[in-house]
Design a protein around this ligand. Structure first.
Ligand code: PLP
Length: 395
């Protein structure tokens, strides 16, 4: 399918109203444009999407290959994932986050955490119910809310506020229609971390306001040693659930493995929706995911060695563009403010059309990101250095 191809066909039925203003995902369109530029002979350096280019651990790939050889491996799988996968997530939560979870009831494996955002929205939002969504933030919180018939209530984040929600100002508002609050620390796209005590405040706020907190936590391991889980806070389980992903820190983005963790009452509700959507995850993928979950600290140390070197280059690219950034930021990206008066879309377009370097404009993450651009660290040092050379000689 391509929206680049002109077509005169008139669909014989109208589009569902549910789609409302929801558009095709930004990267779905943009990657098509980049592919067209490549076909036209441009050597585009894609520093956009956070899709790890480094391979998974060899033992993870071996487990997948071994599993696929088994003639019994190809059938439908349990809707709640295989027990060994849930046990693997429980061990991983215990080892890296110090959180005890019951693998029978408190972990629901997902086909990537993105689908979990939709499932949670479908399971908990009635038409007109509101969801607090970070601005800037991962665009899927917004679209999933709208697709589920809910209403997006953005909460503004700013560099001055440490990219944290202003809970006092939220508290003073009428939040009676709010059901869900999406939070995501380490935060994408800004790379901000939750300071000590912030999760406790968040839990207390959610309890007072009777709001379900969902922490989306795919960047817990990248360029940070302080791994944080909202579920580690005493009493969190009553008001909070958490999404994890093996896409980023285990280099398994295309495999689609994640999990939802929290109290069984919440997970069972989500399962009522999800079990009507898919029929489980390919067994060898689950078996290999267990191996990935059991990877030790040395795996994360080596991975972060790559990202640290790449981060230095990405920050030098931001310097060359005259963009300002927080050197302490974590996660898979570098987020920076454009030179005064410049908009992120303009900076991104200039880099793409003049230098064949693609950077994500911050505006796709919400209006509060308009003056920013984001560089993904999912490119080799050679490509990052090449991008730096191209942009340094730019007029
Ligand atoms: C904040 C955030 N949440 C969720 C996801 C989706 O991850 P997954 O591959 O597990 O669906 C991403 C991916 O870019 C992300 O940045």
């Amino acid at each position: 399918m391509s929206t680049l191809t002109k077509s005169s066909l008139q669909p014989i039925i109208p589009t569902a109203e549910r789609l409302g203003d929801v558009q095709e995902y930004y990267f779905s369109t943009k990657l098509r444009e980049l592919a067209q530029l490549q076909r036209d002979g441009h050597d585009v350096i894609n520093l956009g999407i956070g899709s790890p280019d480094l391979p998974p651990a060899p033992e993870v790939i071996s487990a997948l290959a071994r599993g696929a050889q088994d003639p019994a491996a190809h059938g439908y799988q349990p809707y709640t994932g295989r027990p060994e996968l849930r046990q693997g997530f429980a061990r991983w939560y215990q080892r890296y986050f110090g959180v005890d979870l019951d693998p029978e009831a408190e972990i629901l494996p997902l086909i990537g955490s993105k689908e979990g955002i939709m499932h949670i929205s479908m399971a908990y939002l009635n038409a007109g119910d509101e969801a607090l969504v970070p601005n800037p933030g991962y665009p899927t919180y917004r679209s999933a809310t709208e697709l589920a018939g809910g209403v997006v209530r953005p909460y503004e984040l700013s560099a001055e506020g440490g990219w944290l929600p202003d809970l006092a100002s939220l508290e003073a508002q009428d939040l009676s229609r709010v059901r869900i609050m999406w939070v995501n620390y380490p935060h994408m796209p800004t790379g901000a971390v939750a300071p000590a005590g912030f999760f406790e405040e968040l839990i207390a706020f959610a309890r007072r306001k009777r709001i379900l907190l969902v922490n989306d936590n795919p960047y817990a391991f990248i360029l940070t040693e302080t791994r944080q889980s909202l579920l580690a806070i005493p009493g969190a389980r009553e008001v909070a659930i958490e999404l994890s992903s093996l896409s980023k820190a285990q280099n398994l983005a295309g495999w689609r493995v994640g999990a939802l963790a929290g109290a069984r009452e919440y997970l069972n509700t989500v399962l009522r929706f999800k079990s009507n959507m898919d029929s489980g995850m390919f067994r060898p993928v689950q078996e290999a995911a267990v191996v990935a979950l059991d990877l030790g600290q040395d795996w994360y140390d080596e991975l972060n060695g790559h990202y640290r070197r790449r981060q230095v280059l990405a920050m030098r690219i931001m310097d060359a563009l005259g963009c300002a950034y927080d050197p302490e930021q974590v996660g898979l990206f570098v987020w920076a403010r454009c030179p005064t008066g410049q908009d992120g879309y303009a900076v991104s377009d200039a880099a793409l059309y003049a230098n064949d370097v693609f950077l994500t404009p911050g505006g796709i993450f919400g209006s509060a990101g308009r003056e920013y651009v984001r560089i993904s660290l999912c490119a080799t040092e050679t490509r990052l250095a090449e991008a730096l050379a191209r942009l340094s000689t730019a007029p």
